[in-house]
Design a protein around this ligand. Structure first.
Ligand code: 39S
Ligand code: ZN
Length: 773
């Protein structure tokens, strides 16, 4: 039988046990021991689930309390100098205080340190903590987590395959924090630590070790390709007889194929979902003794695998290489899909017909195993039955009447260039908008959400359970909204928001109200740290049966004379943060969503909401990983945004917002979106991001975030003035807005008030300086 290989398993817990334990620990409600115990339980549960499913190569060290890249940073001792105040204990124990300070910042006990930067993991909605490197960077083995977790599984009687991000990918994921060196040149200092780890794992009895090198599936230069060969020769020697599998994913290898196939390792994992077309080239070029791990089960989406299609690929590989040189695997770590479809039992939100098309992490393990058995032709009755059921599920999805709506398709195909173009150019719009709103220089606003407290979530949970009525819930939301409007008036913010207390999430909330969508009860996926999202599922053509946001925006506007901004999520972000159809191009689905958002924009306008923000935080994350594919994506992504935002009056002010993005390479496309105002994350990178806007001469208004909302730390007014001065040096003052980095929903009220107070002060200070000049 073929061997089965899993790259990583979701670690937040089937019912988000890790999230709850982490948050309880941060609130000092449970002890360190209790938190460690919660971690052990999740690991044990995951290993047993995989063992029961018959997975041969079960990962360990895929667990993390916060982020696997941060784990590695601690493992190799790349601890930035500002965390000096935190003791590095013995390598054998977790130093959770140091660890969480690096992840979240720390402002207590007389210490005040900022968090490390966080950014998107390739083109996913998962965020990792960015390693920081200095010129004279030293590395040393500082945490033995990977060895401890291997031993922990071993004691449970489970032989695991430790997983480690490869050294080249690790360096490339990081950032130089000072000038004068290239982080990749740190490789000679880093490798001894990897060699030490491999040696220790060998001594502990590891048989396979997985090194993730997704950069092999990205654009890399010739020098890096050569480095791969050298680095893996050294690691291979250090592994002392332990087998190495190099894992690539999220793209095909393309011009790196030869490099990857010829690494001196025993196995290579490839993504055959994203890189479907690479199989023949791989089969033709692979050295005779290399094992190919075929990633045929989609690790990024929730559709049931098409067994017949996968078996065709697998059989081609077996014919060429023999069954003992082929493994079956998910395309990537299963971190990006929810735990278990069996936990879903709400026919209302997830109809049985749709549910029958889906597979979550646990079901995907079964698929991997089934395929491995089916490929060698010795299936028992149970597996034969599952094969038949799989065929009929595929057939049902191809022909279901739930999916296709002719009027939706017709509307998309009749979109014209005019539909994607504002009536007047920006300068003319700006004049009309200024006349209408009369905002001061350095106008202040927030990104939209205000604290989603326990109470607010509990009201929603109570409503779902039937513990309170809709009228009672609406009353509570109305009161919270009114308090938030009053607070913003007191703080003297210029453009207000209603606070979004009625929303569970900025994508799920819309998914719940759009046709063509299903949603889950427990389909949680980790987004960062303890934060999760529950991506809704687009299974059919999308349309908007009725108003989605008008009620609460219009209500908030009745409470105040200041403008209240309408808050919508943009088409690309709704696409990107949903589980999307794989039976039509993403662009087609995005245009369907764009038209639904346009209808909402126009309904808001009609209701008197004349400043409307259409968030597109995911536009950068949706960018294809390979440069060659960028243009095609940007063309439709930008056009879809314009379709959603163009058919409005000149004096309607369109805002958009984006988070943690490197804009340098796509700045002209961001400008082409032609939003009147863009608010962006910039504070964690100390306004570095603004360079792109400055070099390009960005034409419209910009609100560079002046403080980091991902950390509970309260910034001082002086800090924010400094950042604004930096911004002013590169962007004309007349174009600048003042706002936080992102929405405030994850924050608590005290720090929110304090930070916003300082922020408005900072804006006023700048106005004062401007007047004095
Ligand atoms: N992707 C998406 N989809 N949405 C985003 O906002 C972002 N932002 C960026 C990028 N990607 C995104 C990432 N930032 C959260 C915050 C910031 C994020 C991502 C997620 C976040 O706060 N998530 C919440 C969390 O992990 C869950 C939000 C949610 O869906 O805590 N809440 C629901 C609601 O409010 C369910 C709440 C809940 O957990 O209705 N209820 C409790 C339960 O079910 C019960 C509550 C109680 O009785 O106390 O157990
Ligand atoms: Zn944001």
């Amino acid at each position: 039988m073929l061997k089965t290989n899993n790259l990583g398993y979701p670690r937040i817990g089937a019912l988000r046990e890790l999230k709850k334990a982490n948050e309880a620990y941060w609130a000092k409600k449970i002890s360190q021991d209790e938190l460690l115990q919660a971690g052990r339980q999740i690991r044990e549960g995951n290993w047993k689930t995989q063992q029961d499913a018959g997975i041969d190569l079960i990962p360990s060290n895929d667990f993390s309390f916060y982020d696997q890249v941060l784990d590695l940073t601690l493992t190799v001792g790349a601890i930035p100098a500002r965390y000096q105040g935190f003791a590095v204990e013995g390598a054998s124990s977790y130093n959770l205080d140091l660890y969480f300070a690096m992840a979240r910042g720390f402002q207590q006990e007389g210490l005040d340190v900022t968090a490390m930067e966080m950014t998107k993991w390739f083109d996913t909605n998962y965020h990792y903590i960015v390693p920081e490197f200095v010129k004279d960077q030293q590395f040393r083995l500082t945490s033995e987590k990977i060895i401890n977790e291997f031993n922990e599984a071993k004691q449970l009687g489970i032989q695991t395959k430790p997983v480690l991000i490869g050294p080249i990918t690790y360096l490339l994921l990081g950032k130089e924090k000072e000038a004068g060196f290239n982080r990749i040149d740190l490789i000679d200092r880093l490798l001894p630590v990897y060699e030490e780890i491999l040696g220790k794992l060998a001594a502990a009895g590891a048989q396979w070790i997985q090194l993730d090198e997704p950069f092999l599936a990205l654009d890399i230069d010739e020098k890096t390709r050569e480095l791969y060969q050298q680095v893996y020769s050294r690691l291979s020697a250090a592994a002392a007889g332990v087998n190495l599998v190099v894992a690539t994913y999220f793209e095909s290898l393309r011009e790196n194929t030869k490099t990857a196939l010829n690494l001196p390792v025993q196995a290579l994992h490839v993504d055959l979902v994203r890189g479907e077309d690479q199989l023949d080239e791989l089969l033709a070029g692979a050295p005779a003794d290399l094992i190919l791990s075929l990633g045929v089960v989609d690790g990024r989406n929730i559709w049931k695998n098409d067994y017949e299609a996968s078996l065709r690929k697998i059989n081609r590989a077996i014919e060429k290489r023999g069954a003992d040189r082929v493994w079956i695997a998910p395309s990537s770590s299963l971190l990006h899909v929810p735990f278990d479809l069996d936990l879903e039992d709400n026919e209302q939100s997830l109809p049985a017909e749709v549910k029958n098309w889906l597979a979550f992490a646990k079901q995907k393990l079964q698929e991997v195993k089934d395929l491995a058995v089916l490929a060698t032709g010795d299936a028992d009755t149970a597996i034969a039955q599952r094969f038949a059921a799989n065929k009929s599920a595929q057939q049902s999805r191809r022909t279901s009447s739930l999916i296709h709506r002719e009027e939706v398709k017709a509307r998309v195909s009749s979109i014209t260039d005019e539909d994607a173009q504002r009536t007047s150019p920006f300068a003319a719009r700006k004049a009309k908008q200024q006349e209408k709103f009369n905002l001061p220089a350095f106008a202040t606003t927030t990104i939209g959400s205000f604290p989603q407290t326990r109470d607010v979530r509990k009201w929603r949970a109570d409503l779902k359970k039937g513990a309170i009525t809709q009228a009672e819930y609406d009353q509570l939301i109305a009161e919270e909204t009114e308090r938030t409007i009053r607070l913003q008036e007191e703080l003297d913010i210029d453009v207000l928001v209603h606070g979004e207390f009625e929303r569970n999430d900025m994508v799920e909330y819309f998914g719940e109200q759009l046709s063509g969508y299903a949603f889950t009860k427990n389909g949680w996926v980790q987004s960062y740290g303890s934060r999760c999202v529950k991506p809704p599922v687009i299974y059919g053509d999308v349309s908007r049966p009725s108003d989605m946001t008008v009620r609460w925006s219009a209500y908030a506007q009745t409470l105040t004379n200041r403008p209240v901004k309408g808050m919508l999520t943009g088409p690309v972000t709704i696409l990107q943060w949903s589980f999307v159809r794989n039976d039509q191009p993403r662009s087609e689905t995005t245009y369907q969503i764009a038209l639904a958002i346009l209808d909402e924009v126009q309904a808001l306008e009609k209701a008197g909401i004349k400043i409307i923000q259409i968030d597109e935080p995911a536009i950068r994350e949706g960018l294809p990983l390979r440069k060659a594919d960028h243009k095609a994506y940007l063309d439709w992504a930008v056009r879809a945004f314009r379709v959603s935002s163009s058919n409005v009056d000149d004096d309607t002010q369109i805002h958009t917002h984006m988070c943690y993005s490197e804009f340098n390479d796509i700045i002209e496309h961001i400008a082409a979106m032609d939003a009147d105002v863009i608010t962006i994350e910039t504070s964690r990178s100390q306004m570095e991001l603004l360079d792109a806007f400055a070099d390009f001469n960005y034409p419209n208004d910009i609100g560079p975030g002046v403080y980091d909302i991902h950390s509970p730390r309260v910034p001082s007014k002086e800090e924010m003035v400094k950042l604004l001065e930096k911004a002013k040096a590169v962007i004309p003052a007349g174009q600048l807005w003042v706002n936080p980095d992102c929405g405030l929903k994850t924050r608590a009220w005290p720090e929110t008030k304090a930070a916003l107070e300082a922020m408005v002060d900072a804006a006023k200070t700048l106005r004062g300086i401007a007047e004095a000049v």
